[in-house]
Design a protein around this ligand. Structure first.
Ligand code: ZN
Length: 299
């Protein structure tokens, strides 16, 4: 998309991206117009407006590969699923539940003698409290032993150089899901969050900078499509969730780009930020958001 500049005399121009950072004279009044420069990105892999994403099939972990417009590889993204650690966490939780249930039953029997425990009020209280305690302790055990699922962005599949990370802030996030975006060279660069209650109507992800100021928000493309998806499901891909990305925190903010899951280009999802030709949106945050829009959706 071109760069819009308005002269003091009132004339509006749309300059080609190649002219960014240059100065030109207004043909009407002769005033020198400075065309804003394109913001430099922290890493060459992010220095572009379009990113193509594809999730690798038949993999235990969630793997994405990010490419440019010409299908050249840019990044290798990995979000481990830890199946064995999750099974172990569930088994340990069950062990805690049954252990505490057994203990409370044994206590109830010990207090009132076998056979009478169920009928006596004290036995009932002991087993009732025991059941509640067992459920809570089992749940806490499962959460505590389940690993956090961070997302790592590597230069290539060798995974030698990590260029970006999205860290899950806590293990238990029942309503609000918070993540911190970290550049291994620069430290935290932003935070992303979504509230799962909004998923019922229109999905929404917020991105703030490291200081907590709103940067951009991704909204499900249209409320009508969002509602149709809730009732009809994805309908063989026809109603796949697409997003618009706007500046700031409001749906009517300037449009910065879109995340399109129609698989139109090389069978990939397209993160298109050409509506932000000056690259004011940090592309590291944008690519992190693109991956989370997909991986953070179904699970
Ligand atoms: Zn002018």
């Amino acid at each position: 998309m071109p760069i819009d500049v308005r002269c003091d005399c009132g004339r509006a121009f749309a300059f080609k991206n190649e002219l960014a950072g240059r100065s030109v004279a207004c043909p009407d009044c002769g005033t020198t117009l400075s065309i804003p420069a394109i913001s430099a990105q922290a890493d060459a892999a992010f220095d572009r407006d379009r990113f193509l994403l594809r999730q690798k099939r038949l993999s235990i972990n969630e793997i994405y590969d990010v490419r440019d417009d010409r299908d050249a590889s840019l990044l290798y993204v990995r979000r481990p699923t830890y199946p064995f650690r999750r099974i172990l966490a569930i088994l340990a939780g069950l062990l805690v539940i049954f252990g505490l249930l057994g203990a409370s039953l044994a206590l109830a029997f010990a207090v009132h003698g076998e056979g009478k425990a169920a009928g006596s009020p004290l036995g009932g209280i002991i087993t009732g409290v025991g059941m509640l305690l067992a459920m809570v302790a089992g749940f806490v055990t499962i959460i505590a032993l389940s690993p956090k699922r961070h997302v790592s962005f590597y230069r290539d599949p060798s995974r030698q150089e990590c260029v970006l990370e999205v860290l899950q802030d806590s293990k238990f996030m029942p309503i609000r899901r918070n993540f911190t975006v970290v550049d291994p060279k620069a430290g935290p660069i932003g935070r992303m969050s979504k509230n799962i209650l909004f998923d019922l109507f229109r999905k929404r992800w917020r991105v703030n900078d490291a200081e907590g100021e709103p940067v951009c928000t991704a909204f499900e493309d249209s409320i009508i499509l969002a509602l149709l998806r809730r009732f009809l499901g994805p309908l063989f891909g026809l109603l796949r969730t697409n997003y618009v990305i706007v500046r700031g925190a409001d749906a009517d903010g300037d449009r910065l780009g879109e995340f399109n899951r129609k698989l139109t280009l090389f069978d990939r999802y397209v993160l298109d930020l050409s509506a932000d030709p000056l690259r004011s949106l940090d592309r590291r945050l944008a690519v992190a958001l693109g991956v989370m829009l997909d991986t953070g959706e179904k699970r």
